[in-house]
Design a protein around this ligand. Structure first.
Ligand code: PMP
Length: 306
């Protein structure tokens, strides 16, 4: 992935892709203390290529840094400009963006006090990582044997590098057992989220999603809640158990990478008819309309790169 053309924004400058390197003693590589975002830009009809909810992603990046006590050497405006710049400079019509703040190699050990925060932003073409069939038929998932972070073990509101050890263990286990994604439970056994997605279920026309105690405050989650309420659906945040999911009418994941993704099976139990349900379909369609700039009342979610 490192051997390709293009440019990466690193500490305020555009660097050729192959030269955007860091030292093996980079602190974040050793201890995982870093924060990042996953952002998408879509081609839209009236606004050209636009980054979806750029402001919210940059705000979350800065909140993650604050929670982790990392000093950000750039302003939010500079980071927003950097994100637009990498999409433009790499000539991308649609893109996945990866901004990350990490601690450098200015010191070693947990007690290092001379560390500087470095910031990078990369962008590349990354089409939806689920097949078109998955978007319609849904995916098969399993409950993870790994518990999701507890708020007093790590900071669930931060999108921090080290948290993803837990996600990768859960995802690997799910893939190895023939599933497409994992469903992680919190330390009390209630549904938390997927390895990189928030979770929703629908029962008797009401939409439910876990409270934000053990899951990331997803920006897609927020978009879907706002659009569902606009459609007149009731959305309730509550504790959800595994068996509630088995007997739900519909279930789906949300996330920048996964977008709105139906779930057809959990732990060998088919959910309802085992395909995308009608409310999931409606919200999925609205989500794609929003990101593709087809909803005038959601134009404020778009940040055109030009
Ligand atoms: N939970 C986790 C653990 C994630 O990594 C992500 C992806 N950032 C999400 C939820 C979904 O968040 P968003 O909609 O902001 O991409």
């Amino acid at each position: 992935f490192a051997d390709r053309d293009g440019v990466i924004w690193l500490d305020g400058e555009l660097v050729p892709w192959r030269e955007a390197k860091t030292h093996v003693l980079t602190h974040t590589l050793h201890y995982g203390m870093g924060v990042f975002e996953g952002v998408r830009a879509y081609e839209t009809e009236k606004h050209g290529t636009s980054i979806f909810r750029l402001k919210e992603h940059t705000d979350r990046l800065f909140n993650s840094a604050k929670i982790m006590m990392m000093d950000m050497p750039f302003s939010k405006e500079e980071l927003n400009e950097a994100q637009k710049l990498v999409v433009r400079e790499n000539n991308l019509n649609e893109a996945y963006l990866r901004p990350m703040a990490f601690l450098g190699s200015e010191g070693m050990g947990l007690r290092a006090d001379s560390l500087q925060t470095h910031v990078m932003v990369a962008a590349w073409e990354w089409p939806s990582y689920m097949s078109p069939e998955a978007k319609e038929l849904g995916i098969k998932i399993r409950t993870s044997s790994y518990t999701r972070h507890h708020v007093n073990i790590s900071m669930c509101k931060a999108k921090a590098n080290g948290h993803y050890i837990n996600s990768m263990l859960a995802l690997r286990e799910a893939l190895d057992s023939g599933c497409e994604e994992a469903l992680l439970l919190d330390n009390e056994g209630y549904v938390a989220e997927g390895s990189g997605e928030n979770f929703f279920l629908v029962n008797k026309g009401i939409i439910y999603t876990p409270e934000l105690t053990s899951c990331l405050d997803g920006i897609t989650r927020d978009a879907v809640i706002q659009m569902a309420e606009e459609c007149g659906y009731e959305v309730r945040e509550k504790r959800i158990t595994r068996d509630e999911v088995y007997v739900a009418d519909e279930a789906f994941f949300t996330g920048t990478a996964a977008e709105v993704l139906p779930i057809r099976e959990l732990d060998g139990r088919q959910i309802a008819d085992g395909r995308r349900g009608p409310i999931t379909e409606r919200l999925q369609t609205m989500y794609f309309d929003a990101v593709k700039g087809r909803l005038p009342n959601r134009y404020d979610w778009l940040a055109p790169v030009e």
